[in-house]
Write a protein that binds this ligand. Structure first.
Ligand code: DX5
Ligand code: ZN
Length: 216
């Protein structure tokens, strides 16, 4: 099965977002990945709901919203209001993860759990049957354009096995450091969806990079 590709808007031209969103609309991208940061959970701040409202109106791709914030459950209504398809919350940011996952589902979105590079896959065992997707970070979250952490490949293999053992149908998405080389190896390890920021937006022709990632 060909991978799904979700370009991350974090590496787009913030001075001309509509141009980059239109490029993604025209491309073979499956989803648009949106990174929300609070300067607390991660050492950076990206954009918030006033900006996202406009981004959502311009995008014709399903929105894959990645919340790198503490207490993400507080913003379920706002994420729903922009029409998100998937809402990703961090395992490390949710004390009552099971409750948050149920709340996201009840709000009518697909719940996904994200794990940082230092969080072992096994921590997901009990939540796997409840989630639509697991987002495995290939870098420490907070910035685009970082170097891929090689151990992520082993984590994807391990997660694929755990999903099979748990009779879960959770999808595996990887975010951070994805390019044609790491993307190919992630797909071979069992990833379903690739997020790519820098690889897409620093390419001479971003639409061609999206096509190349889809063809891995
Ligand atoms: C990082 C974000 C990513 C980021 C990926 O914290 O969650 O979505 O945009 O950027 P690249 O693909 O450049 O590593
Ligand atoms: Zn992300």
């Amino acid at each position: 099965m060909e991978p799904l590709v979700a370009p991350s808007l974090l590496s787009a031209d913030f001075g001309n977002l509509s141009k980059d969103i239109e490029m993604i609309n025209r491309s073979e991208a499956d989803w648009l990945h949106l990174d929300i940061m609070d300067g607390v959970f991660v050492p950076n701040i990206s954009f918030g709901f006033p900006v996202l409202k406009h981004v959502a109106r311009l995008s014709c791709k399903p929105l894959d919203v990645h919340l790198m914030i503490v207490n993400p459950e507080k913003f379920i209504p706002e994420v729903k209001a922009i029409g998100a398809y998937v809402m990703n919350v961090h395992y490390e940011a949710c004390t009552h993860l099971h409750r948050v996952v149920q709340q996201i589902r009840e709000a009518g979105m697909k719940p996904a759990v994200t794990i940082n590079p230092a969080t072992p896959i096994l921590m997901l065992k009990d939540i796997l049957p409840e989630v639509y997707m697991v987002l495995v970070m290939g870098v420490n979250p907070g910035f685009g354009g970082q170097k891929f952490i090689e151990h992520t490949i082993d984590k994807v293999c391990e997660l694929r096995e755990l999903i099979q053992l748990s009779h879960s149908d959770a999808l595996i998405e990887v975010d951070g450091g994805v390019n044609l080389d790491t993307g190919k190896r992630l797909i071979d390890a069992g990833a379903d969806i690739l997020v790519a920021g820098n690889a897409v937006f620093s390419a001479p022709v971003p639409e061609e990079m999206i096509h190349a990632l889809k063809s891995l």
